[in-house]
Every structure is written in C-alpha cells, then in structure tokens.
Design a protein around this ligand. Sequence first.
Ligand code: PMP
Length: 360
Amino acid sequence: MTRIHNFSAGPSTLPTAVLERARDELLDWGHTGMSVMEMSHRSKDYVAIAEKAEADLRELLAIPDGYKVLFLQGGATGQFAAIPMNLLQGRPSAVYVNTGIWSKKAIAEAKHYATVKIAASGEDSGFSDIPPETAWTIDPSAAYLHYTSNETIGGVEFQYVPDAAGLPLVSDMSSNILSRPIDISRFGLVYAGAQKNMGPAGITVVIVREDLIGGAQPGTPSILDYRQQAENGSMLNTPPTYAWYLLGLVLEWLKDQGGVSGIEAVNLRKSGKLYAAIDQLDFYSNPVAPACRSRMNVPFRIANTDLEKTFLAEAKAAGLVNLEGHRSVGGFRASIYNAMPEAGVDALIAFMAEFERKHG
Ligand code: PMP
C-alpha cells in the first residue's frame, strides 16, 4: 500500500490511523457482526457512537454549557441559508465581513433573506489582506455579524476573534476548525463542513448558543430549523451515520495528538516552514499579507507561469498531489490541514527547492 501526500483543499487527506481503524471495523463493529453503515441510527450502539463524537468535540473545543452541537447535512453552503433563516428573528439586516470567495458566497445566499450590510471588505487589496477592525462599520440593529475565519481559496486567515460590537458573532470555520484553540464563548454560532479538518464530506457541525435557537422564520424547512434539530439530537431524519462515525474517529485521533493545542504547535511549524521556503526561494511568491496568512491553505505562484504544468507533473511524480490552485485563481495551493503529516510539508519544501534548482 502506498499513501501519497495529498494537498487537496477538501475533501482532503485523513489520518492514516483513522482509515486503518475504519478498515478494521468495516465489516464488524464492536462484535456486532455488522458495519456501522448498516446500523439503525436509533440503535443503542449507533447512538453511543454519535454521543461519543459530540462529547469529544465538546472536550476538544471546550464548548461551554449553554451551547448545542448539531450534526447536519447540506454542507456549510446549507448553513449560508440556515443562519439567516434562524437568526434574523424579525430583524431585517445582518452584517458580513467580506474577506474572499467564501465570504461572498455566504453573502450572496444571505441576500435571499436579509439586507446584508458589509462591515468591511478586502476586495480593494485583491483579498490579500483583512481590513483592520478599527475600520469596520457594524450596524447595532443587525441580527448578527458573520465572518469567514479562514478563506480556503485565498489563504487568508483571521489570527484573532473579532469584536462583534454586541451582536452575536457567527463564523464559518469550515477550513480551520480544530486547528487551534478557540474561545467558543465569544461566539453565537460556529459552523463547519467536516471534509477538511474533521472527517469525510457529508456532515456539517453547527455549534450554537441556546438563546439563539427557536426563532426560525416561518417556512424554514424542518431540517434547517435549529430548534427541531436540537430537540431531536440531530436525528430529525436519518443522519449521515457513517460520516458521523468517521468524524468521531478523527476526534479520537486528535485527542491522541494532544488536542487542539497539541495540533496547533504542529500547524505552526508546518505553515511556518512552508511560508519561510516560499519567501526565501526566489522562484515562489505568496500574495497574502503576513499578518493574515493561513496556517491551513498556502497559495503560491511561480513568476514563469509556463512552468506550472511541469511543476504539477513533477510534483505528482514525487508523490505530492493536488497542488493546483483553485480554478478561479490559478497558481498553486498546498492545503496542510491537521491530518497532513509534517513529513508531507518537508517533502514539498524539498521538492520546491529542487524544482527551482532545476528550472531556475
Ligand atoms: N466555507 C468554506 C470556508 C469552505 O472552504 C467551503 C468548502 N470548500 C464551504 C464553505 C462550502 O462547504 P460545503 O461544500 O460543505 O457546502
């Protein structure tokens, strides 16, 4: 068996130990003689699997009492709609910070339900920087403030939790949840698709403060209504049982890595050395302001774009795959989530130096 280094932005590499355990348990989970995939979501065994995942997530993120954790379908994109549907609660507007492509998508969806007020936009800098908080405009009558804590395509990450000026703070943490400690008590709602840092695609985590639950606007589909999902333990309908189980295995693995502070140290080392290489080698550049460079998604370019195809082909031959940038921006992008081993980053840096030596 050969496992290569997969720098995909999502779905992305999973810890090998997790996949091996899933393989070992595939046909017979816990001497039940059946696969987790074959279990009723109402069975005692499955409910225990689901509850263990929630308990581990609460422990890893130190989620305080007074927050519900929901395991939903529809991806982070589903939440782009569910958030205004549940949180507007009669108010006409919501405030969004625009830091790139994923913010824009959240904004576009919210516009179906709310007047969207932009607190600040990174558009003038080509989304290579986050406007300073002192320059944000936050309407105090809005329902909430939304921001994207890590722009997966642009490689722009907040290194701090913004001040929402008294509004409930809502964050799309799809691409950096569990990569560093975070103070959940600062938030009204945090959401994330699982397919980058938590597991396979098909399951979305929503952590929501209880006082924000219960005011969904009339016509909200039941499966998007936080109250109905919370009252039913996220099992209003059949949940994505296998994705939930795998998410639980990833959380157990993360606990073995020393939890979020343990993995943060590794993430700082991995991203730190990759940016250092990009800055030091003449051949490569990263456009993002150093203060908001993402630890998870590292976009980079080479001046001679004619060499891009060669770079990707030679990288692939060296066992380094999915390094192409998002189709909307081009260039390259290395996604180095929690499950990317440090050896993968070391191999990429060595490859980049060698490629420059050969083609520079
Ligand atoms: N937000 C961010 C920051 C993302 O990176 C993505 C997926 N790449 C999404 C939202 C959309 O997630 P999903 O595909 O789960 O709807």
